[in-house]
Design a protein around this ligand. Sequence first.
Ligand code: NAI
Length: 296
Amino acid sequence: MAALHTERAVAVIGSGAMGAGIAQVAAVAGYTVHLYDTRPEAVAKAISDIAAALNKLVAKERMSAIDCAAAIARVRAAVTLDAVAGAGLVVEAIVENLDAKRALFAQLEAIVGDDCILATNTSSISVTAIAAGLRLPGRLVGMHFFNPVPLMALCEVVSGLATDAGVAQTVYDTAAAWGKNPVHAKSTPGFIVNRVARPFYAEGWRLLNEQAADAATIDAVLREAGGFRMGPFELMDLIGHDVNFSVTQSVFNAYFGDPRFTPSVLQQEMVNAGFLGRKTGRGFYRYGDDAVAPRA
Ligand code: NAI
């Protein structure tokens, strides 16, 4: 098996935090990338964020100006989904919702060729369930990157029950060609990382509910004494509370309501309020022009 040939284009559907990062690493690795989103302004923001990130690497002398310009030029804004027709690999990074993902892949199957691999960046939804109903379910595989994609090395390559072993291997090799450390996993709820991470968040919420300490203190303790890069609350702010809440719900439901994975009512309220974390400027902390200040 081998990585997808760089002559084949990659399409990324969904241009939020993850889609932008995935497009960046694929473009830097030499692939033409078609970036699509139902909100054209998200595509424009993703492309400007990619340009800013790569220009920063040039300023730090970690990338040449020529390579930077070439990588930026390889990222193309797709105005309609039809632009992905010739792609060899489509990576989906839209909202974490089974029905939305199924509907998108059904649409994509009518556009792409039969040899095109369909990958989902889902954090927690069954890859088997996403593939069910496709004409060629064997071509769908999980390609689960971590946030921020350009910095996080791990990529879980997740096989559902119908996933073709050759498809999983091509995606594994492609992730390696993009500079990632891929790992094969089966489609169990939360896969590897999000399964192990649930108790980390859950204990954070329990500590907060019991008023053991405020969020900033808990984060600082985990960072300074626990050896973690980030505490649970700052990590959820980075991930996005909407995404994190959906993942917890999905793992909870997939394990038939196992109380270990019970979602947090407070997090649900934060989602209701639009306090989604960094992407909306406010979560447990404030971002942007306001100084970073703990909320709780
Ligand atoms: P986001 O909210 O930043 O971006 C999602 C984008 O998808 C939005 O721009 C939205 O307009 C677009 N979108 C929604 N429905 C669409 C459709 N039908 N067609 C095209 N575009 C559509 O979300 P984020 O954080 O980038 O997450 C995307 C996916 O990646 C989710 O499945 C999430 O679970 C997964 N993921 C997220 C991680 C994180 O830390 N945020 C980490 C790993 C995976």
